[in-house]
Design a protein. Structure first.
Length: 379
């Protein structure tokens, strides 16, 4: 079954086509201009996609459309960004589930925190130096973000906490995390945990820090010296679970309260896995991860050490194929391999994966730059 919509915002027309799949919906957003996804975020049953619409020269974004979609991939609302945002930006949400954007705004080129709706009541901000980080969770009414400087191995990681209440910024503070740098972070039950594999010294360091970045407790895990670590959940007083790779194999590590580690294999691919991306927590104890290999890419859903879904790109069939159910998500209508741009939980039983074709430069002849693909999946 296929449905079609036409979305017009400020004279910009988008065609939206939704095709039903065995485990969800395949939505294609198409425009006569170049479009791209800058970021997305889930709001309970919906997902917000920030769509950049480019000018005719294809170098500059002429408009940014914040577009709400439901679990069926249907567009239910859209609004144009009124601030003159320059460069990359990121979305986050408050404890009350209200969406905000963190962005540098012209002409000041300073960073501002802006709600997507009802900006009229927002107090005037001075603007700050850009914080290149991502949303990691909440404690009470405070939103937390984490930043790593990938260009300078001497700069400490930073933790930002923003206290928001009813469209008001009560406080906004940034603290440095004690070294080592390049930590993975996990926030749950008002606790902040950071994890770092220290390869040179042969151990993994697990620490709990407070909101001021003071270390409250720590332990060294000598049995755990691995690559590509990402966190499912992390604790001191009960079993934790992480994912990592061993060359061609994706693994789960169960870290027990006494520091012992049990390792289980999830799946194996033909070429070497070189990156795993941060977890998206789904319902019922499940987690969603994206991964990339030398020649392929995909995503998987796991609960502790049990694999529930594993979609891997097949160049031969031009599709993502689930290694468990053998469901095929067909992309044979495009000649390039889609790139996974973001993924989010939707509701109690689903998630979204947002893809685009690799965008070519204006001087290149091949490539598709006027389509976006949103997969809304059940798990």
């Amino acid at each position: 079954m296929k449905t079609e919509q036409k979305l017009v915002v400020k004279g910009i027309e988008l065609q939206v086509e939704v095709q039903q799949m065995p485990s969800g919906h395949f939505t294609t957003v198409r425009s006569e201009r170049k479009i791209d996804i800058e970021d997305s975020i889930a709001l309970e049953e919906d997902v917000i996609c920030c769509i950049k619409v480019y000018s005719d020269c294809k170098f500059f974004a002429e408009a940014i459309l914040h577009t709400w979609m439901d679990q069926t991939g249907t567009v239910i609302d859209s609004l144009e960004e009124t601030a003159k945002i320059i460069g990359p930006f990121s979305l986050f949400k408050t404890v009350e589930n209200e969406p905000w954007v963190m962005a540098s705004v012209f002409p000041s080129e300073k960073e501002y925190l802006l709600p997507l709706r009802d900006r009229e009541s927002l107090e005037k901000q001075k603007g700050k130096r850009e914080f290149v980080g991502h949303f990691v969770g909440y404690i009470d009414q405070q939103v937390f973000m984490y930043a790593i400087d990938s260009w300078d191995n001497k700069k400490q990681d930073k933790l930002r906490r923003i206290h928001l209440e009813e469209n008001r910024i009560i406080s906004d503070k940034i603290k440095k995390v004690p070294k080592p740098i390049n930590n993975k972070v996990y926030i749950h039950d008002n606790e902040i945990h950071v994890l770092k594999v220290v390869h040179d010294e042969g151990y993994t360091l697990h620490r709990q820090i407070d909101i001021a970045c003071n270390v409250l407790q720590e332990r060294k895990l000598d049995q755990l010296v691995v690559h590509g670590v990402q966190i499912m959940h992390l604790h001191f007083d009960r079993t934790s679970h992480i994912v990592f790779n061993r060359a061609h194999t994706m693994c789960v590590g169960a870290i027990h309260a006494d520091g012992t580690v049990e390792i289980s294999e999830l799946f194996t691919v033909e070429d070497i896995i070189y990156n795993i991306y941060k977890a998206e927590k789904l319902a019922n104890g499940k987690y969603l991860f994206e991964f990339r290999t030398e020649m392929s890419r995909g995503w998987f859903v796991v609960k502790e050490d049990k694999l529930h879904q594993c979609f891997i790109w097949s160049e031969e069939r031009r599709a993502f194929i689930d290694q468990i159910s053998h469901e095929v998500i067909d992309f044979s209508h495009i000649s390039v391999t889609p790139i996974i741009k973001s993924y989010n939980r939707i509701g109690d039983y689903g998630y979204s994966v947002i893809c685009t074709p690799p965008h070519m430069s204006p001087i290149e002849k091949e490539g598709i730059d006027n389509e976006i693909y949103i997969l809304t999946m059940s798990c």
